[in-house]
Ligand binder design. Structure first.
Ligand code: FE
Ligand code: FE
Length: 308
C-alpha cells in the first residue's frame, strides 16, 4: 500500500496541537512593558520596576549578542537526533559562554541604583569569573542559599538573555518532549509558569514557559505537570477588584496528590498577561499557598525564594 494517510489520520494531524510556541524576538520588551504596568500602585512596585529595567537591558543584549551559539551545529544535531535538549542548561552553565552576557549586562547598567540593588551590582562587579560561574551554577541548580539574594535578578537576567538568544538562533528547532512534563525541551530547565493561549492555532491550549530560555511547550490542560494526576485539581487566584469572579488573568493549579502547584496565565482574561511578570506580581498568592502547605517547584530566576 501507499503511504497515503487515511481521512481520519489527516484530521488528527491537522488538529494535533503544535508542540512549541517560540517567544517573539521582542520578548524582553514585552515583559518590561507588562512589569511597568503591574508596578503601578503595587506594594512591590520598586522591585517590579528594577526587574523591568533588567528586561530592557536583556532586550538590548539580544540586539547585540555578546557571544554566539555556544555549541557547534554538529553537536546540536546530535542532541536533537537523540531527543536531548540541544541547549542543555546543566552542561552549558559550566562551560560558561553566558559569562560574557553577565559582563555585558553589568556594563550596560551604568547608573547604579541605591540600596541593596546597588550593593549587589558592586559585589558582582568586583567578583571574578569563577565566582560568577559558581553563582550561575548554584542558581540554575536551585541552590538559592549559595547565592546572595540581591544578586539573583542580575545573574538570572544574564542567563535568560543568553539562553533566549541561543534558542532563537536554533535552526528550525524540532524539539521533542523530555521525560518530564515540567522540563523544557530546548534547555532542560524547569517550567516557570503556564500560559493558556488565546489566538490562532494555539487558541485554548496550555503551554509551559521555560524559566531559563522562555521556550514554551504544549502540555494538556487539567493535569498536574509534576505527578501527572488529574484528580481533584483546584484552581485558585488572588481576589482582585479589577477582575470579575472567574476572569482572573492568573490562577494556580494546585494538586492535592503531590501538594505542589503551578501558576498559569489566561490570555483570554488579559491578553497582556506575561508569565514572568504576572508571576512576580502575584507573590502574595505564593505566600498563601505556602501557608496552605503547597510546594512551589517552579523557579523564577528574577527572585530568590524567601530572600526578596
Ligand atoms: Fe528552556
Ligand atoms: Fe501532582
Amino acid at each position: 500500500m501507499s503511504t497515503l494517510l487515511e481521512p481520519g489520520q489527516i484530521e488528527a494531524a491537522a488538529s494535533a496541537p503544535p508542540f512549541l510556541h517560540l517567544p517573539p524576538a521582542t520578548l524582553f520588551d514585552v515583559r518590561a512593558a507588562r512589569l511597568e504596568q503591574l508596578a503601578e500602585g503595587h506594594v512591590l512596585g520598586d522591585y517590579l520596576r528594577l526587574v523591568a529595567r533588567l528586561c530592557r537591558i536583556q532586550q538590548q543584549l539580544l540586539a547585540q549578542p555578546p557571544s554566539e551559539l555556544p555549541v557547534a551545529e554538529e553537536r546540536q544535531r546530535l542532541c536533537l537526533s537523540h531527543g536531548l535538549p540541544p541547549l542543555a542548561a546543566d552542561s552549558l552553565v559550566r562551560e560558561g559562554p553566558w559569562l560574557a552576557w553577565l559582563q555585558a549586562l553589568l556594563e550596560r547598567f551604568d547608573d547604579a541604583p541605591t540600596g541593596p540593588p546597588g550593593q549587589a551590582l558592586e559585589q558582582l562587579r568586583q567578583s571574578d569569573e569563577s565566582q560568577r560561574k559558581g553563582w550561575g551554577i548554584a542558581l540554575l541548580g536551585g541552590q538559592y542559599d549559595a547565592v546572595p539574594a540581591a544578586l539573583v535578578p542580575f545573574i538570572g537576567a544574564a542567563l535568560q538573555a543568553a539562553w533566549s538568544h541561543w534558542l532563537l538562533s536554533l535552526p528550525g528547532p524540532e524539539l521533542k518532549p523530555t521525560g518530564s512534563l515540567a522540563q523544557c525541551p530546548a534547555c532542560g530547565a524547569p517550567a516557570m509558569a503556564g500560559v493558556v493561549r488565546n489566538r490562532g492555532r494555539h487558541n485554548g491550549l496550555r503551554y509551559l514557559a521555560c524559566s531559563l530560555c522562555a521556550c514554551e511547550w504544549h502540555v494538556v490542560r487539567v493535569k498536574c505537570v509534576y505527578c501527572e494526576s488529574s484528580k481533584d485539581l483546584r484552581y485558585t487566584n488572588l481576589q482582585d477588584d479589577r477582575h470579575a469572579a472567574g476572569k482572573a488573568p492568573l490562577r494556580a493549579e494546585c494538586c492535592p496528590g503531590c501538594d505542589s502547584y503551578l501558576k498559569q496565565c489566561y490570555l483570554e482574561n488579559d491578553s497582556a498577561a506575561e508569565p514572568l511578570a504576572d508571576d512576580l506580581a502575584s507573590l502574595a498568592l505564593d505566600m498563601r499557598l505556602d501557608e496552605e502547605g503547597f510546594h512551589r517547584l517552579a523557579p523564577n530566576l528574577m527572585l530568590a525564594p524567601g530572600g526578596g
